[in-house]
Design a protein around this ligand. Structure first.
Ligand SMILES: Nc1ncnc2c1ncn2[C@@H]1O[C@H](COP(=O)(O)O)[C@@H](OP(=O)(O)O)[C@H]1O
Ligand SMILES: [Mg+2]
Length: 340
């Protein structure tokens, strides 16, 4: 039953899986060469790291939790890798997965190319409201990854439609607050592992192994003092709408634009107070995260969230004012659109 489980061993497995995937991604990002990038049919860039990360997470979860039935809803599948011309990519992914496992040393296994394809395809579950489902984005923020910026490995467990734990590995996120400008930023220690389990709050540790410390969202009550996060990519979120909302709230600081769900990690530890995300029309897509109408997010519906509003995240104190500003700004935008 979802209500009596403590999810301790599942959380440990998720942390192990995301840490190993992060190590593989770091290796690839350091050596980003043109042959590591190919094109999916939707033209979004996919790298060997997306596939390698998904294979590793799926393998580690299965090895760490052998007695549990396994369902993983993940972004990639092996279709493109099984096509003619993908042999070199598959060889490289297999080599990366095996070298990451061997450097870690916990598991004494060597995978064949077919094993890697099968591991990737264990992510084909459709999820849903019943039973347990792991949800994985093997690299969230592919564009940031390719630019050498922020990206994240995002893994969560749903039990009976409820998110019961989540881990977020952010290999390039500084371990100290990004709200504080640092002229020596290139020398900052980077690599964070965030984790949260239902009823226990949220924690952060460094990816190279410090012990977890409890983190808290910003306690800011006055929206003028808040700073806000949004996507780096203007195509992913309407920056103009965010700036109208920020103006309505009297926010003074300029937006902090970073890729991926690293924004949620930074927000969970109080680096900023607000996260605004408004997809341009036609894209499916600690504190409080709601849709832009103020409803809780429902992850029990399978692969797609089907949100046509947006996502807003902040602390409990600022949420009422933020919701009002969002709704006013959205109303203003649709009125000006109907005048055109
Ligand atoms: N046009 C679009 N509108 C909204 N979200 C988009 C988008 N194109 C991509 N995304 C999503 O934005 C994620 C990156 O988040 P962010 O914009 O915060 O960096 C992408 O994750 P992937 O990199 O896993 O594909 C993808 O899910
Ligand atoms: Mg992804």
């Amino acid at each position: 039953m979802a209500s009596t489980a403590s999810y301790g061993k599942e959380l440990a497995a998720a942390k192990k899986a995301a840490s190993l995937a992060a190590r593989l991604c770091q290796t690839v990002q350091k050596a980003l060469v043109q042959s590591d990038v190919q094109s999916k049919s939707d033209k979004s860039p996919v790298t060997v790291a997306d596939y390698g990360s998904q294979a590793l997470v799926s393998l580690v979860l299965k090895m760490e939790l052998p007695s549990e039935s396994f369902s993983l809803v993940a972004e990639e599948d092996s279709g493109d890798l099984r096509k003619d011309g993908a042999q070199e990519t598959l060889r490289r992914i297999t080599e990366l997965v095996n070298s990451t496992l061997s450097v870690d040393g916990t598991y004494n296994i060597t995978l064949s190319e077919e094993d890697v394809l099968v591991a990737i395809d264990s992510g084909k579950s459709e999820g849903g409201p019943n039973g347990r489902h792991w949800i994985l984005d093997p690299i969230d923020g592919t564009k940031g990854f390719l630019r050498g910026d922020q990206y994240a490995i995002a893994l969560a467990l749903l039990d009976e439609g409820r998110v019961v734990l989540g881990v977020l590995a952010c290999p390039n996120l500084p371990v100290t607050s990004i709200a504080i400008p640092d002229e020596h930023s290139s020398q900052r220690q980077v690599g964070c592992l965030f984790s949260a389990k239902i009823g226990d709050g949220a924690f952060m540790q460094s990816l190279n192994g410090s012990s977890p410390a409890k983190i808290y969202v910003s306690g800011i009550e006055n929206s003028e003092d808040a700073s806000f996060f949004e996507s780096f990519e203007a195509a992913h979120s309407m920056h103009d709408l965010s700036s109208v909302i920020a103006e309505k709230l009297g926010v003074r600081a300029p937006p902090v634009r970073i890729d991926s769900q690293a924004k949620y990690g930074a927000l969970a530890r109080g680096d900023g107070a607000i996260y605004l995300r408004f997809a341009h029309k036609g894209y499916q897509a600690g504190g409080v995260a709601t849709d832009a109408a103020g409803n809780n997010l429902d992850f029990s519906k399978g692969r797609y969230l089907d949100l046509d509003t947006g996502i807003i995240v902040t602390n409990k104190k600022l949420m009422p004012a933020l919701l009002k500003a969002v709704q006013d700004a959205v109303k203003g935008k649709s009125q000006s659109a109907s005048l055109l």
